[in-house]
Design a protein around this ligand. Structure first.
Ligand SMILES: Nc1nc2c(ncn2[C@@H]2O[C@H](COP(=O)(O)OP(=O)(O)OP(=O)(O)O)[C@@H](O)[C@H]2O)c(=O)[nH]1
Length: 948
């Protein structure tokens, strides 16, 4: 919690400090001012004040006002030792101007350069530098105009005063703002740091500058006073001459008395003689003769003088300095002769010189020393009695009358006339050393010390001549070099400050940036290290020369080398210089290292690195170039141990090889068939089965080489496989060999699906079953067909009969069963031989077949017996037609080895009408019995079974 009381207390302390700083730096600044006036090359408080407003705002204005006021009062006080009303007015005026300037300047800077500021950007610093002289126009203009209107500076000095004021404030601001900010500015950390980098160099430069300025300005002042010294000497010399001239005047006058030693010097004599001398010495106000008159002689003396001057009396000054008749004294020195004698001097005739103590003293000394003695500065009796002057008194003794001569000198005239021509350039002060009284003084009130002093002895007294250059002299002889040097130097100091601000700001920023970046880098390095240390992949970083600069623990582990064994080594030479087989490759040929040159990432699924123990490590590698500012600076290589994968690969390759071999050498045909039916992999056995070479076969589809009759069933199965209804199927089918011969095979097919159960391809196993088919056919033939005639045998007949019977019953269709027995066949056999008999039998079978439709069945029951199933018989008539056709056919002779033979057949016909109760056996029996009927009826005929 902030204590409001402590804030107030702080505010008071800060205000006091600001006032103190203002007054002290102001006083110091003014000490550098060139006389006359306020022309200081630097006025630090102006800068402090503006900086204070810039930092703290307008709350500091009262302190600035007070500081300025006190400073100017102090200046006025030290000048005059007492504060006059004008001093107060000036101080108030300047305080208002200073506070206004500080307020507007601080506000403007705050507006342009936001506070808190590090004041280090060139834009801010230039803004400050441009703003400073503009801001400082305020106080200079207001204050100097004020001083002019108060009559404190001459019109002619206005511009130089204004300019030096303005420059002083500007330089004060330029120099002090950075220093003030160093002292109290925020951000504190930055400004505090700058006390060494900015404040110290600036203050040292500042101090050196001031020392140089003081030395140079002293020298310059000395130079400027050369003329003053000459003038002072001139004045002094003239004064000496003038003093001596008065001694001469009095000496010449005394000669009159020596010359007329025995006679009385008459007024006439005196007038004539002294008037000539007086003409030669116009600065002498009057030359007087005052005889010594004793009290006893007083009456006669007065009486005698009264003849010339009515109401003559010996007079003296009373307490009010009024001339009254002298009181009685032992003796008197009444002024008797006076040149010039005019209205103003006539009044002092009769005045007893000895009635005034200082003059009496001089008279006595003159008489005793017998020399010209000057009186102390004294108020002359002439005019209103206020005028200062002195008298040079010379004793006359041993002549007709004793007395004193006195030369009266009016200070204003006597010295003024002398000093007047120098008045513009030199202040003169002439002091009577003994009394300390000034005979002449045109020094200013506040000037005490002189620059030139000379002592004189005149009339037995000591006088001191002091001279001092006037403001005008200074004005005319002012050497601006030192001031200019100081101003330029201060500007340079400010400029140096500015450069230091920019420089230190830049340095601080860079330092901070470096610090921050270092932290970030450290952070990111630790993070990087942390991440990389936990990674399953090996990582190493190389510089542009392929030298390792970083490795992670996994890389060290995989390569079997410690970090120190890896760092600083060339990665390629150390563990990637040769492949498993073949000769070593150079780093330039190495694709991982070549990333440096190609500037493109390189990815390899398989590379070989070498373990320290000499064993190969199979790795996948990702080599990425590192760039900084578009310049490649190295590579980051991430590698992963793929030994496990490699083992599996080897195993797979081996198993694939075995698998291929198995397929290749399998005794059955094996094929991988794409989903659209194309053979993609086939083995030799399959090629052999279908008569195509491997290349020919894999250009074909199974559809192309499937026997057309078998295709639909095959495709049906395939569809069911694809639909997932079945996993495998088996079928016997035929392919068409390359030579167009169908070949029977047994196909076993399955489908391969990926992990998403999406069908990928078919796997087909194909077995050549041609031989089995033939065998089966033969067996079938034997089982169901008669070997001799190739007609269906009894077994087949029975099956066919069964079918016919069921179909007949099902469809309510009729069929007819013919039972045939060749007539007298035994006889043929017996006479012509068994072979002939066989021929007859085959011919009979052939003729029977030629009489029926393909849908009918002709079978040999055995011996010379045949049975025909005549399907779809609409009536007995159909059977009758066939019977007749057969008989007719049999009527044709049979050619056996060139001999014509005739054979007849007896036919028995049983027509089945769909009666479900009738069995095969019954039916056969009926046909058989009908046949017997035909035999019995004479053979070579047909009979229908009748139930009677
Ligand atoms: N050549 C030959 N003769 C056979 C074969 N099978 C049976 N036979 C003879 O066929 C003759 C059949 O005679 P039968 O039908 O009994 O007598 P048939 O001479 O035909 O007189 P009918 O039937 O009364 O006209 C027998 O002599 C059998 O030996 C055969 O496969 N080949």
């Amino acid at each position: 919690m902030i204590n409001p009381l402590s804030i107030q207390k702080n505010a008071v302390v800060y205000s006091l400090l600001l006032i103190l700083a203002y007054v002290i730096t102001g006083k110091l600044g003014l000490m550098l001012a060139l006389p006359p006036g306020y022309a200081s090359a630097i006025f630090p408080p102006a800068g402090i004040a503006i900086a204070a407003v810039f930092v703290a705002g307008r709350t500091v204005l009262p302190a600035i006002f007070l500081g300025s006021f006190l400073l100017n009062i102090l200046v006025g006080y030290s000048a005059g030792h007492q504060v006059k009303m004008t001093d107060v007015e000036v101080a108030l005026l300047i305080a208002v101007a200073s506070a206004l300037q500080a307020y507007l300047g601080g506000w403007w800077l705050k507006h342009k350069i936001h506070y808190p500021t590090t004041l280090d950007s060139p834009v801010d610093v230039v803004t400050f530098f441009i703003s400073a002289p503009v801001i400082c126009l305020i106080s200079a203009t207001i204050s100097v105009t004020g001083l002019l209107s108060l009559g404190l500076i001459e019109k002619s000095l206005f511009f130089t005063s204004w300019a030096s004021w303005w420059i002083g404030d500007t330089l004060g601001l330029i120099v002090m703002l950075p220093l003030t900010l160093v002292a109290i500015g925020k951000p504190r950390a930055i400004w505090k740091k700058r006390s060494l980098t900015i404040a110290v160099p600036m203050l040292i430069t500042f101090a050196l500058l001031i020392i140089t300025f003081v030395v140079v300005s002293r020298w310059e002042r000395k130079e400027s006073l050369v003329e003053f010294d000459a003038l002072s000497n001139q004045i002094s010399e003239q004064l000496r001459v003038r003093f001596e001239s008065q001694e001469a005047v009095i000496g010449q006058t005394s000669a009159l008395f020596s010359y007329r030693a025995s006679e009385k010097v008459t007024r006439q004599d005196f007038y004539h003689f002294v008037s000539a001398i007086k003409r030669e010495s116009p600065m002498t106000f009057a030359i007087e003769w005052a005889p010594k008159v004793t009290h006893r002689e007083r009456a006669s003396y007065v009486k005698q003088l009264s003849k010339e001057f009515q109401d003559f009396e010996i007079k003296q000054l009373d307490a009010q300095r009024k001339l009254v008749v002298s009181s009685d004294k032992d003796f008197y020195f009444p002024i008797t002769y006076i040149v010039p004698l005019k209205e103003s001097t006539r009044a002092i005739l009769g005045v007893d010189l000895a009635s005034l103590p200082d003059r009496k003293d001089a008279i006595q000394r003159a008489i005793s020393l017998k020399a010209a003695i000057a009186s102390p500065p004294t108020r002359l009796i002439i005019n209103d009695g206020t005028e200062l002057g002195l008298m040079l008194i010379y004793p006359i003794h041993g002549t007709s009358q004793d007395g004193v001569l006195s030369a009266v000198l009016r200070a204003n005239i006597f010295f003024g006339e002398l000093f007047k021509p120098f008045a513009h350039t030199v202040h003169v002060r002439l002091t009577d050393v003994e009394s300390g009284k000034y005979l002449y003084n045109n020094f200013a009130d506040n000037q005490i010390d002189s620059l030139y002093t000379r002592d004189f002895r005149f009339g037995g007294r000591y006088y001191r001549l002091d001279t001092l250059p006037t403001a005008q002299y200074y004005q005319q002889h002012r050497g601006w070099q030192s001031w200019n040097m100081l101003a330029v130097g201060l500007f340079g100091t400010g400029l140096m400050g500015a450069l230091l601000l920019i420089g230190t700001g830049y340095t601080a920023r860079i330092e901070n940036l470096v610090k921050q970046k270092t932290e970030e880098l450290k952070d990111s390095f630790y993070r990087f290290q942390e991440i990389t240390s936990t990674l399953g992949e090996g990582i190493y970083v190389t510089d542009i020369n392929g030298v390792i600069t970083f490795t992670n623990p996994k890389a060290q582990d995989l390569l079997g080398r410690s970090e120190s064994e890896l760092l600083g080594q060339n990665a390629h030479s150390l563990f990637h210089h040769r492949p498993i087989e073949g000769s070593s490759h150079t780093e330039r040929e190495c694709l991982i290292s070549n990333v440096i040159h190609s500037k493109q990432p390189y990815k390899s699924t398989e590379e070989v690195f070498w373990h320290k123990n000499g064993s190969p490590i199979y790795v996948s590698v990702n080599s990425v170039p590192f760039f900084r500012n578009n310049e490649i600076i190295g590579t980051l290589v991430v590698f992963d141990d793929i030994s496990d994968r490699k083992k599996i690969e080897f195993a797979l390759r081996a198993s694939e090889k075995s698998f291929k071999e198995i397929i290749e050498y399998a005794p059955i045909g094996i094929a991988i068939v794409s989903l659209d039916g194309r053979f993609t992999v086939v083995n030799q056995t399959l090629c052999n089965i279908v008569g195509y070479t491997n290349d020919e076969l894999i250009r074909r589809t199974f559809q192309e080489i499937t026997y057309p009759d078998d295709l639909s069933l095959d495709l049906e199965h395939v569809q069911r496989l694809l639909d997932g209804e079945i996993d495998t199927y088996r079928m016997e089918k035929r392919y068409i060999r390359k030579d167009n011969v169908p070949v029977w095979v047994q196909l076993s097919a399955s489908i391969f699906r990926d992990e998403n159960l999406t069908p990928q391809y078919f796997i087909a196993q194909i077995e050549d079953i041609s031989e089995r088919k033939i065998r089966d056919n033969e067996v079938h033939q034997h089982a169901y067909f008669d070997t001799l005639t190739k007609l269906p045998n009894r077994r087949m007949l029975m099956e066919k009969l069964s079918q016919a019977l069921s179909q007949s019953e099902h469809h309510q269709r009729k069929f007819a069963l013919f039972f045939l027995d060749l007539d007298h066949f035994k006889q043929i056999n017996d006479t012509l031989g068994h072979d002939t008999g066989d021929i007859i039998l085959k011919e009979a079978a052939s003729r029977l077949l030629s009489c029926v439709r393909s849908s009918d069945t002709v079978s040999r029951l055995g011996g010379d017996e045949f049975v025909i199933i005549l399907n779809d018989v609409s009536s007995a008539h159909d059977a009758q037609l066939l019977a007749e056709k057969i008989l007719n056919n049999f009527s044709e002779p049979i050619d056996v080895n060139g001999s014509e033979l005739f054979i007849g057949t007896s036919i028995g016909i049983a027509v089945h009408d769909g009666d479900t109760k009738t069995t095969i056996r019954e039916l056969m029996k009926r046909a058989d019995s009908a046949m017997y009927e035909s035999k019995a009826s004479g053979r070579n005929r047909y009979s229908f079974y009748t139930s009677t």
